[in-house]
Ligand binder design. Structure first.
Ligand code: ZN
Length: 134
C-alpha cells in the first residue's frame, strides 16, 4: 500500500482500517429500561427519572419492546442477520455523568449482526457493518 501525504508517498506494509462508532437515538416515548418519558428536551433536570434510571439497589430494568422493534426494523433495513438469542452486558465504571456507575449495553451477541453479504460502498470507501447494538 502507498500512503499519500500531499506530495509525499510512503510505501508501507500496513493497511489503513478505520472503525466508526455511530450512535443514534430511537424515537421511543419511554426510556430503554424503564417507563420514564423521553420527553425531557425542555423539562427541568431530574424530572423524568425513577429508581431504575438512578440505579437504586434492588431495582431491575425492563427492556423497552418498542426499542427492540425499532432495532429489528433497522437490522432488516441494513440487511443484517438477527440472531435467535441476544443478551445485554452490564459494564461497571465510574464516569462523571453516570451516577449509577454502570451502563447496560450489548457487545458480543447484539440484536443484529454483520450481514452475510451486505457491503456498502460510500464514496469509493468500502464499508461494512460489524454489528449494531441496542
Ligand atoms: Zn426511569
Amino acid at each position: 500500500m502507498t500512503v499519500s501525504t500531499q506530495n509525499t508517498h510512503i510505501a508501507t506494509d500496513f493497511e489503513i482500517v478505520i472503525g466508526l462508532e455511530v450512535h443514534s437515538q430511537l424515537l421511543t416515548k419511554s426510556k430503554m429500561f424503564c417507563g420514564c418519558s423521553t420527553d425531557y428536551a425542555n423539562a427541568a433536570p431530574n424530572t423524568h427519572v425513577c429508581p431504575v434510571c438512578m440505579g437504586m439497589p434492588g431495582v431491575l430494568p425492563v427492556i423497552n419492546q418498542r426499542a427492540v422493534d425499532y432495532t429489528i426494523m433497522t437490522a432488516l433495513a441494513l440487511n443484517c442477520t438477527i440472531p435467535e438469542y441476544s443478551k445485554f452486558d452490564r459494564k461497571n465504571y465510574p464516569y462523571p455523568d453516570l451516577m449509577k456507575g454502570y451502563q447496560i449495553s450489548q457487545y458480543d451477541i447484539p440484536l443484529k449482526i454483520r450481514p452475510a453479504s451486505c457491503t456498502i460502498v460510500a464514496t469509493a470507501w468500502w464499508t461494512s457493518i460489524a454489528r449494531a447494538r441496542l
